[in-house]
Design a protein around this ligand. Sequence first.
Ligand SMILES: *Cc1c(COP(=O)(O)O)cnc(C)c1O
Length: 379
Amino acid sequence: MSRELYMMNNYGERDLVLTEGQGMFVFDESGRVYLDFTAGIAVVGLGHCHPAITVALVKQASTLVHTSNLFIHPLRDEVAGKLADLSKMDKVFFCNSGTEANEAAIKLARKYAYQRGESNRTKIVSLPGGFHGRSLGALSITPRPAYQEGYAPLLPRCQSAEGLEQTLELIDEDTAAVFVEVIQGEGGVRVVPNQLLQQIEARTRQVGSLLVVDEVQTGLGRTGAVFAFEEAGIRPDIVTLAKGLGNGLPIGAVLATEEIAQAFTPGSHGSTFGGNLVALACAKVVLNEVSKPEFLHHVREMGDYLAQKLRSIGLVSHGVGLMRGVALDNPQGFVARAKEVGVLLTTAGAGCVRFVPPLIVERMHVDMAIERLSTILPL
Ligand SMILES: *Cc1c(COP(=O)(O)O)cnc(C)c1O
């Protein structure tokens, strides 16, 4: 039973009212506590109401919230510098979401080709099963009939193959950019083979196209590396980020090499809220934490532990680090039952339950979740 009378129905029926959060836990209006293995869809990496985030947020909120990009603020360039440093990219554009980051990346790739006089290089290739967002541009490179239905005509010349491997055949001299996720989050936590990613990179170099790695979900420690592309052995031209970047504050970013970034000239792209100071203050804390080797080590260790404990109750998981999926016939049913026993989960794709807890999860939380989940098995 939904109690929302004025909200559009695009999220469907939900019944849980959450009013507080603390670390790994969230509380509903009656005070019941849940272990949160959704983290606001892989967003709240440092956990709910992390003290350092709260301090940074309150401090910035009581100093200066918003000026837009009409003016300089040192925090913006500081966070951009840290992102550039961590990714070995050169330049950064701030926006407010993953969709906006990918939208900007599409435009940047197209503009870069245009500036080089390659007026035919307008094709964008993406992977089958990929997810890049909901704006018309980002949706055009999200080859999922259920998401695209009713929105035609979409952006022209966006292509994806039937199978992952066939992607290589689509990449040609007309291709402005190829968008990939190293692990397809919404696509069922599907790990794209490193070898294929490397072949795609080689193909883009061969034909002069750009490689865009969408790290909106995989980035910022989720897989046990700051960026998943590092482990995949590929070097992107453009990286997009959002989800975990602000630990819940809306912020996205596009990172690019110097040469490509110069295609954005004054006035060619923008965002009123992009680079919002409160969101940046939180991003600074996040980047500080997730770039620590011991933090990343913890993520890998907890990812292995979660996989091992899931296996102990007969659930075989796939994925990397703390981005894991379990293939099930009725994922919605499992998520509903899990909620009843106090574990919040979400689905990913048609046949998969997704485990994306806050990255600060400890063994005791995994143990608690597994113990509770074991009571609803077998389904
Ligand atoms: C969530 C997601 C997006 C869209 O991000 P929003 O912030 O919802 O706009 C894009 N790409 C990937 C890989 C995502 O997981």
